[in-house]
Design a protein around this ligand. Structure first.
Ligand code: ADP
Ligand code: ADP
Ligand code: MG
Length: 483
């Protein structure tokens, strides 16, 4: 039997985001025959994503608060432009349940899950309670906000040190503090609460056991509005700095060929998604201990940065599916068995940051060329003249390589990094190159403590290969001149 993709009606879709994800969404809209509408702000009139949009609207202002984090302004523009649906990308308003609700109230489709799912999963305490109720294992500790430092100390003494103080509303790796002792909890409790209140408008904290040398493993979920929930296998994102991912791969090298663990993990993620009547794309994140027991961390009710590696091993387009799901169109996925995987994919986040300190390094791109091996995908927002400001996420691109097995994907990634030339801007490329040749990483033997323990940043070589860069430029120039 031939499985066909049903045709959909053409819609006007606005993208309330910038950077690489805005381009990615615009291309998916065009592919489906929708009209992608891009937004440009005062300081980014030449943003890359605009070239993939069919219409452009000025989102006046420069700061995030005036632009992509301004739900009223975005709603007003959407109404003025007869927008049928909004894709929020990741970050910004993507996990803002109030925004999604307001859109729906105005007859505009939010391309994401139902607002109730966003609300409950956006709170690390509520979602942990829900996971517990659904029989999904969670990290030992509390699943309600801890009201006082005395209570935090009592719980910590109970579960044993080290513990983690964690903001219920945290995200992006922020709002977390590890504590080694009772004195540490006493010293940090109030401060983490205060910082979380300032950053997330909510100072509530959980106390949980800090799992030592864990792996971060997550499961991609996709669901439609008819109750069909599928998983797209797992990704491993254990190479992290400041609790933020830098390199991700699929499948997880830690799970390896342990199909029983893989199936258990994926089915657990689906069970949780079912418990919240999930629809759209989403990710259930877990932390996996050294004995491969796993605990629910959080659910991200949006498309994630690292979604391309899942697309590479499954051949599915998650953004396309997300749009189809939100618009009530058919996904064209007959059953879970339809989703299979082959090979191995790896993603490196290319960030405008110092490769040794790993701190953001804003700057101006004075030259940009690529010369990639077969099997490479670069989702990015780069162009000569791009100014990376401290306002925006320092991530300027995602380099993705696929190979039939992990070693091949790694080999291709080394070649791809060598073929990525960014002049002017300081990036983490030298650090990524160092990791890609480091023994433990190449063996797949690493945990979330990798950067701290192995310290690949100490070996970084920051010399810029001008010879290679200009050879590539000369080649490009020669092609332009028809030589
Ligand atoms: P992912 O979860 O998709 O792997 P990140 O955790 O890096 O990737 O988050 C994606 C983007 O969203 C980043 O730009 C991050 O800074 C931002 N982000 C995520 N959650 C929050 C939050 N609660 N507050 C502010 N920014 C957030
Ligand atoms: P965020 O919303 O910021 O992404 P997460 O709960 O997903 O927060 O945690 C981010 C990272 O912090 C995880 O990938 C992991 O490295 C670390 N982490 C979180 N909870 C724990 C824990 N209980 N023990 C050890 N590491 C943890
Ligand atoms: Mg997370």
């Amino acid at each position: 039997m031939m499985i066909r993709q049903p045709q959909n009606e053409s819609r006007r879709i606005m993208i309330a985001n910038r950077g690489e994800i805005a381009s990615r969404v615009a291309k998916a809209c065009r592919e489906l025959g929708h009209t992608p509408i891009g937004l440009w702000t005062d300081n980014e009139p030449e943003a890359t994503h605009l070239q993939f949009c069919d219409e452009w609207v000025h989102l006046e202002g420069a700061s995030n608060a005036e632009t992509y984090l301004n739900p009223e302004k975005i709603l007003k523009i959407a109404k003025e432009n007869n927008v049928h649906a909004i894709h929020p990308g990741y970050g910004f308003l993507s996990e803002n349940a109030d925004f999604a609700r307001t859109l729906e109230a105005n007859g505009i489709t939010f391309i994401g899950p139902n607002t109730e799912a966003i609300r409950v999963m956006g709170d690390k305490a509520i979602s942990k309670r829900l996971a517990n109720e659904a029989g999904v294992p969670t990290v030992p500790g509390t699943d309600t906000a801890v009201p006082t430092v005395e209570e935090a100390v009592r719980i910590s003494n109970d579960i044993g040190y080290p513990v983690l103080l964690k903001a219920v509303a945290g995200g992006g790796g922020r709002g977390m503090r590890a504590c080694e002792s009772e004195a540490d909890v006493r010293a940090n409790f109030e401060a983490v609460g205060r910082e979380s209140l300032a950053a997330f408008n909510n100072g509530d904290l959980l106390v949980e056991k800090l799992i030592l040398n864990p792996r971060h493993v997550e499961v991609q979920i996709l669901a439609d509005k008819k109750g069909n929930i599928f998983h797209f296998f797992e990704r491993e994102c254990s190479v992290q700095r400041r609790h933020q991912k830098i390199i991700e791969e699929a499948p997880s090298p830690f799970i390896g060929n342990d199909e029983a663990v893989r199936q258990d993990l994926c089915e657990t993620a689906v069970k949780l998604a079912k418990a919240v009547d999930y629809d759209s794309a989403g990710t259930v994140e877990f932390i996996m201990a050294e004995d491969k027991s796993f605990y629910f961390l959080e659910m991200n009710t949006r498309i994630q940065v690292e979604h391309p590696i899942t697309e590479e091993i499954t051949g599915m387009d998650l953004i396309v599916c997300m749009i189809q799901s939100a618009l009530g169109d058919e996904l064209g996925i007959p059953s879970q068995e339809f989703i299979t995987r082959t090979g191995h994919a790896i993603e490196c986040r290319i960030c405008a940051e110092d490769p040794i300190t790993m701190l953001p390094a804003p700057g101006l791109v004075t030259g940009f060329e690529t010369n990639f091996p077969q099997g490479t995908r670069f989702d990015h927002c780069m162009y000569k003249g791009l100014e990376v400001t401290p306002d925006f996420d320092p991530m300027v691109g995602k380099l993705v390589c696929k190979g039939i097995v992990r070693d091949v994907a790694l080999r291709k990634m080394r070649a791809a990094l060598d073929g990525l030339f960014i002049e002017g801007l300081k990036t983490n490329k030298p650090l990524l190159k160092e990791i890609l040749k480091e023994e433990k990483f190449c063996e797949g033997d690493y945990s979330t403590s990798y950067i701290k323990e192995i310290a690949p940043q100490d070996k970084v070589d920051t010399s810029f290969n001008h010879h290679r860069f200009y050879t590539v430029l000369a080649g490009v120039e020669a092609r332009r001149m028809g030589i």
